[in-house]
Ligand binder design. Structure first.
Ligand code: C5P
Length: 217
C-alpha cells in the first residue's frame, strides 16, 4: 500500500446534551484502530479520525481526535483526497437538537425532554463525494439480527464498495471484546470469514484492500 492514503474512522462519537453531559455508545475503537495499524503496516499513509477511546495511538498513523459526528465528518472531508476510506466508527445516529448552554437542572418531578436531530452519515457522504470519492470506500454493518441481509442492503443504500458485517448481539461479545466474526460483502459476493481476533480481521482486510487496488491498477 506504499503511496496510498487511507482514511479510517474509529471509536464512538459523543453528542453533547449540555456542557457536562453527552450521548454516546459502547464502541471501544479496537477494530478501527487495528485497521489503521494494519494499513500502516502494509505501507499506506493513514489518517485516523477517532472519537474518544481508551487506546494508544496506532504506530505510524496521523491522528485526528474528534468528539461529535459533525466534527468527525469535517475532519474526514479535510483529510481528502484519499485512495481508501474505511468507516469503522460507531457514529451516533442522532444528536441533541439544541445543546443547553448551561447544566440542565432538575425541576422537581418534570424531567426535560430531549429533542433529537439526525446526524450526517459520514460513510454515505464519502461515497457520494464525486471527484473526491476515495477509490475504495468500506463500511461496517453492526447488527444484532439478519446480519448479512442487512449488510447487502446497506452496501446499496450507502453506495459504498464493501461492507464488513459483524454480529454485535450481546451473545457475540464483539462490542468491547477482542474477537470478531465477520462477513465481507463486495460487488462480487459474500464471504464468511472464520472467527478471528480484531487484529487478524484488520490484517486480512488490509491485505484484501492491497490486492484489490493492485488488480485495478
Ligand atoms: O447505518 P449504520 O449506522 O448501521 O451504518 C454503519 C456504517 O455507516 C459504519 O461503517 C459506520 O461507520 C457508518 N456511519 C457513518 N456515519 C453515520 C452513521 C454510520 O459513517 N452517521
Amino acid at each position: 500500500l506504499a503511496g496510498r492514503h487511507a482514511l479510517v474512522t474509529s471509536g464512538p462519537t459523543r453528542e453533547a446534551i449540555d456542557p457536562v453531559r453527552y450521548i454516546a455508545n459502547r464502541s471501544s475503537g479496537r477494530q478501527g484502530h487495528a485497521i489503521a495499524a494494519a494499513l500502516a503496516a502494509l505501507g499506506a499513509r493513514v489518517t485516523l479520525v477517532s472519537g474518544p477511546v481508551h487506546l494508544p495511538d496506532p504506530p505510524g498513523v496521523s491522528m485526528r481526535r474528534v468528539e461529535s459526528a459533525r466534527d468527525m465528518l469535517a475532519a474526514c472531508e479535510a483529510a481528502l483526497p484519499a485512495d481508501i476510506a474505511v468507516c469503522a466508527a460507531a457514529v451516533a445516529d442522532w444528536r441533541v437538537a439544541k445543546v443547553a448552554p448551561g447544566k440542565i437542572k432538575k425541576t422537581g418531578g418534570r424531567p426535560p425532554a430531549l429533542e433529537l436531530a439526525e446526524n450526517p452519515d459520514i460513510l454515505a457522504t464519502l461515497s457520494a463525494a464525486g471527484n473526491a470519492r476515495p477509490r475504495l470506500v468500506i463500511g461496517f454493518a453492526a447488527e444484532t439480527d439478519d446480519v448479512v441481509d442487512n449488510a447487502v442492503a446497506k452496501r446499496r443504500k450507502k453506495n459504498c464498495d464493501w461492507i464488513v458485517a459483524n454480529d454485535v448481539s450481546p451473545a457475540s461479545g464483539t462490542f468491547g471484546g477482542d474477537r470478531n466474526t465477520v462477513h465481507l460483502v463486495t460487488e462480487s459476493g459474500i464471504e464468511a470469514w472464520p472467527p478471528l481476533s480484531k487484529d487478524e480481521v484488520a490484517m486480512r482486510l488490509a491485505r484484501r484492500i492491497g490486492e484489490h487496488l493492485a488488480a485495478a491498477r
